[in-house]
Design a protein. Structure first.
Length: 306
């Protein structure tokens, strides 16, 4: 809260390259939708590319660590008016905004916002986006809360089709609790599709307690093998790696503290597979019906359906 609330004013203030890596090329429909998101919301974005699966029409989606709401407003267009998107973030600025007046008079918008107001920025632009999308009522909401305790924010069991997260689980001290809560709120057959930073080894106490490295998404990085064991323990199917790319720190002082540990930004998809259906072999035929993926569907790094 302190690092993102006081030190970072814009993405250029980040001290490493960890939080600005990119994912797969975006389909045209997604690029067009991104172009309709308010510029202030986009300017306050600190994520690792864009992490969204296919076939989102009418889905209920939860975004863990939604920040200024960029991904939520993009998803709002992809799920359509019948779908719903919930963004949850730990920044305290939202609480002040929800319980009182906006932090700035509408007649004199500020030229920049402190990062603690990220969710305030997201909430401020709900009406703008719903009007731009032509929706009669909002299909997005922004909540204050923690990824490890979604129940405290009122999120019920089996209430979402998809959970996404964009380079924020590393900021949570208890990764197991995050995955457990995501599993709980997902419907049977639901998916957790998320990008995060992973380490080539378990990190030393010195690294894990380094304030800047934690804020930069490195000190909290999970040893990649631990993701597989935690996912299995929680109840997810084995993680499917979608993309992975090396992270360059680009800061000699911080590189010296990290030592020979290496980091990657990786996107995984986890499924809440109904019990009893995991071990059966199956044949899959793709009929080309997904917009933007008519010729082939890249399911993950191992499977591409022509």
């Amino acid at each position: 809260q302190d690092y993102y609330g006081k030190e970072l004013q814009k993405s250029e203030d980040l001290k490493t390259n960890a939080c600005i890596t990119s994912a797969r090329p975006l389909p045209k429909v997604v690029r067009d939708a991104l172009g309709r998101v308010h510029e202030e919301v986009v300017a306050r974005y600190y994520g690792c590319g864009l992490v969204i699966p296919e076939c989102l029409s009418s889905c209920r989606i939860l975004d863990l660590g939604s920040g200024s709401g960029r991904d939520c407003y993009l998803l709002s267009q992809l799920v359509g008016e019948e779908g719903h998107v919930t963004g949850i973030d730990m920044t305290e600025g939202q609480v002040r905004y929800r319980s009182g007046a906006p932090p700035h008079p509408p007649s004199s918008p500020p030229t920049s916002f402190p990062s603690s107001c990220q969710v305030q920025v997201a909430k401020k632009h709900i009406a703008y986006h719903m009007d731009k999308f032509g929706y009669r009522k909002p299909n997005v909401e922004f909540l204050h809360g923690y990824m490890e305790k979604l129940g405290d924010a009122g999120l019920a069991d089996e209430s979402y089709d998809i959970v996404i997260s964009n380079c924020v689980i590393n900021l949570a001290p208890d990764k197991r609790a995050v995955l457990r809560e995501a599993f709980r709120v997902l419907k049977p057959g639901g998916e957790m599709y998320f990008s995060d930073v992973y380490a080539s080894q378990r990190l030393s106490e010195t690294v894990r307690k380094h304030r800047v490295l934690w804020g930069e998404c490195l000190a909290g990085a999970l040893y990649w093998r631990d993701l597989y064991s935690i996912a299995e323990e929680v109840g997810f199917s084995p993680p499917c790696l979608v993309t992975a790319s090396p992270i360059t720190i680009g800061n000699e002082e911080l590189e010296g503290i990290v030592g020979d540990c290496r980091f990657v930004s990786a996107t995984f998809r986890l499924f809440k597979v109904p019990g009893g259906s995991r071990a059966r072999p199956a044949q899959v035929i793709y009929n080309g019906g997904i917009v933007g993926h008519e010729q082939q569907l890249v399911f993950d790094a191992n499977f591409t359906f022509k």
